[in-house]
Design a protein around this ligand. Structure first.
Ligand code: ADP
Ligand code: SF4
Length: 684
């Protein structure tokens, strides 16, 4: 420890004492009120892993703050107390404090389930539920304000009864009434809740005072405040109104939890924001209050954490994503297992579970969201059931995770890959602009494998079925990945693109090969990229090629470029970057033919054909699972030369890196038992 002692100092927060400076700030998880046992298990493991404070996600205090279909916390009445009690018990079991983020979502709540009118500073279209719900809020009346205060107070009392130690008043992310009232964009009221900042801050002040009055002797009262919206003077700025708000309320709460707004800024991906990216905005806060301050910035390095404390930026190191990627991060620091910290890669696949209303998953941590339903643990795995030795072929995310987890279970593992460099797509895609942190998927696993004496690695070992059998393997996991299809077939037309055989037609694998070798085959003239994948690859290649000087046209059948990145909160930034780089974007069009000098596009919405000149074309369609090795071994399984054979990762079903890691982990967990193909496989 030594150098990191400061991180393990206690911090007084009002009437409560945090056991250390590791603070899991509120984060959504797709478990919420619907899956309280799963939620409790997930939060409990964070406490077990050493987080001194473990918070809920936003918790709705009333049916007028109904965020359905998103699955958040809920504390509408006494019936919701037992579910939350499961969480506080799980957290307290490990000596941590439990925090609850009470929320009236105001303009963010479409109230689709409760069917009540949304409440807002004025009547306007609601902001939440994806942003385009055809419903407006009611301009709050005096009685509404009194109601909201009473609901918040009652929720605070219930939170105390549910066992919470820290109760939040939440004014951040644009997601709550107190923040919407602070905002001049939404608040043009002329009564005591509008106009001057003193008036606009009134509800937040009242909620703090009410909460202190109701539970202040038993619980600490925290305020979560957005100190900058990154929209300049149209919004709250750290050197403008945020200072004044802090000045008005400085000593009122017991804790300041400060960040930048909205969620896309607060949880910016590593492609767009480095570790500690919020410091320029939040570092003024400590100069205006004597109360402890917590903030976030995707801190995964204990050195950066110590530095943030020593420089007087933060008292408590807030983390959502670093605690998701490694719930055991604090404990690893304490035990000196620094190399074993599984660092968040900043991809926001965890975030995507929230708008999808499914249990949270994580690229780096395949056990996230599986703690209760499959009984998985982020730092422990059951020991092997037998002495079987396993050959894993393919050292991408799936093969690396399968080999690591099997080795951790105590099996002897041989991990082979055709390439000289292990890591598969995690290593290759990390060469693309802004994705350097994605390498951590490979690096962490290679580091763990190095530590284990059970796993031997064999790079530069292309394997055939005969090689596998000649080597005497009895148990084989095939993780040979997928390659991008050369014919551009994808979901939007369902057929190969006519003309794909010609010169100058490339796939993302070709570009990645060129990037790795430094030998560039793509011509320097106009390039058309056809994106029928819709996650990051098409946009990344457009960025890469535009930076290299190509004249780039990016074509997609979707209404937006990199459509799916809306769920990782990146779409706006990706599109803005491409526009900056003068990439021409043609949305809602399919590629109907590649000619020698032009491509023909067909608009999804109008009849006029579109012709774009091309020297090169890059087809980002479906991927082809590499199953030939597996298929060549099926006979050996049937005639008993192999005892087990399992296909995992992209070779099984191409998808996200998160899915490949999960697939490899599942194979390792299930190894040694015959999976029941008729069973669901997890608790519900
Ligand atoms: P995943 O995402 O499923 O882990 P990747 O494409 O990242 O898949 O990794 C697959 C790895 O498998 C690549 O590194 C590739 O070199 C390796 N591979 C594919 N076929 C063979 C083979 N026949 N023998 C050895 N390695 C192979
Ligand atoms: Fe980090 Fe990605 Fe895991 Fe989220 S999904 S915690 S961003 S590694």
């Amino acid at each position: 420890m030594g150098d990191y002692d400061v991180l393990f100092e206690q911090v007084q927060i009002g009437p409560k004492t945090a056991p250390n400076r590791f603070y899991q700030v509120p984060h959504c998880n797709g478990l919420g009120h619907l899956r309280p046992a799963a939620l409790a298990a997930m939060r409990g493991i964070k406490a077990e892993g050493g987080w001194g404070v473990v918070c809920t996600e936003e918790v709705e205090i009333h049916p007028t703050s109904d965020l359905s279909p998103y699955i958040e916390g809920r504390l509408w009445d006494d019936d919701d107390v037992p579910g939350l009690r499961l969480m506080t018990d799980a957290v307290h079991q490990h000596g941590a404090l439990a925090g609850i983020e009470l929320t009236h979502a105001g303009l963010d709540a479409p109230n689709l389930y409760s069917r009540l009118p949304p409440l807002g500073p004025r009547s306007e279209g609601v902001l939440g539920g994806g942003g385009f719900e055809p419903v407006q809020s009611r301009a709050m009346t005096r009685r509404d304000f009194a109601d909201v205060r009473r609901w918040h107070r009652n929720a605070a009392l219930r939170a105390r009864d549910a066992g919470f130690d820290i109760v939040y008043c939440y004014a951040a992310h644009g997601l709550t009434l107190p923040m919407q009232l602070l905002s001049r964009r939404h608040n043009d009221r002329t009564d005591e809740y509008g106009g001057s900042l003193t008036n606009r801050v009134r509800l937040l002040r009242e909620l703090i005072e009410d909460t202190k009055d109701a539970v202040g002797s038993d619980c600490a009262v925290a305020v979560r405040l957005a100190v900058d919206e990154l929209i300049g003077p149209r919004g709250i700025t750290y050197d403008g109104e945020a200072r004044e708000i802090l000045g008005l309320l400085a000593e009122l709460p017991d804790l300041w939890d400060v960040n930048i707004s909205g969620w896309d800024n607060d949880s910016a991906t590593s492609r767009f924001a480095p570790e500690g990216h919020q410091e320029p905005y939040i570092s003024f806060v400590k100069s205006l209050t004597t109360k402890p301050v917590v903030g976030v910035g995707r801190y995964t390095s204990p050195d950066a954490m110590v530095s943030a404390v020593r420089r007087g930026v933060l008292d408590l190191i807030g983390a959502a994503r670093p605690s998701i990627a490694d719930p055991y991060l604090p404990r690893k620091v304490r035990e000196g297992r620094l190399a074993s910290i599984r660092e968040c890669i900043g991809c926001n696949i965890c975030v995507a579970s929230d708008p999808k209303s499914v249990p949270i998953r994580c690229t780096q941590n395949p056990t996230m969201g599986e703690e209760w339903r499959r009984g998985w643990h982020p730092d422990r795995i059951p020991v092997r059931r037998n002495d079987a030795e396993v050959m894993v072929i393919g050292a991408g995310p799936a093969g690396l995770e399968a080999a690591r987890a099997l080795g951790e279970r105590g099996h002897r593992v041989q991990l082979l890959d055709a390439r000289a460099q292990l890591g598969g797509r995690a290593q290759r895609e990390a060469l693309l602009p802004g994705l350097a942190a994605w390498r951590r998927v490979a690096d962490w696993r290679l580091g763990e494998i190095d530590r284990l004496d059970t796993v031997a690695t064999f790079p530069s070992s292309p394997m055939t079925a005969a090689d596998v059998l000649d080597a005497g393997a009895r148990h084989v996991v095939v993780a040979t990945g997928a390659t991008w299809r050369r014919d551009g077939r994808g979901r939007s037309t369902g057929r190969p693109v006519p003309g794909h055989h010609q010169d100058g037609v490339f796939t993302p694998d070709d570009v990645l090969d060129d990037l790795a070798s430094g030998q560039w085959r793509l011509p320097s003239g106009p390039v058309v990229i056809y994106d029928d994948d819709h996650y990051v690859m098409g946009g990344l290649l457009a960025e890469l090629l535009a930076r290299r000087g190509n004249d780039v046209t990016l074509v997609t059948a979707a209404p937006l470029v990199s459509y799916w990145t809306q769920y990782t909160l990146e779409q706006d930034r990706i599109e803005a970057r491409l526009r900056e780089l003068d990439v021409r974007i043609v949305a809602r069009a399919t590629l109907s033919r590649i000619g020698p000098e032009h491509v023909d596009l067909e608009s999804v919405v109008d009849a006029a054909p579109i012709v774009v000149p091309r020297q090169a074309v890059v087809l980002v369609g479906d991927r082809a699972p590499q199953t030939s090795l597996h298929d060549g071994l099926v006979g050996a399984l049937e005639d008993g030369r192999l005892q087990s054979l399992r296909l995992v990762g992209d070779a099984d079903a191409p998808g996200l890196i998160a899915q490949a890691v999960f697939s490899g982990h599942l194979a390792a967990q299930e190894f040694g038992e015959e999976p029941d193909r008729d069973a669901v496989g997890f608790r519900r």
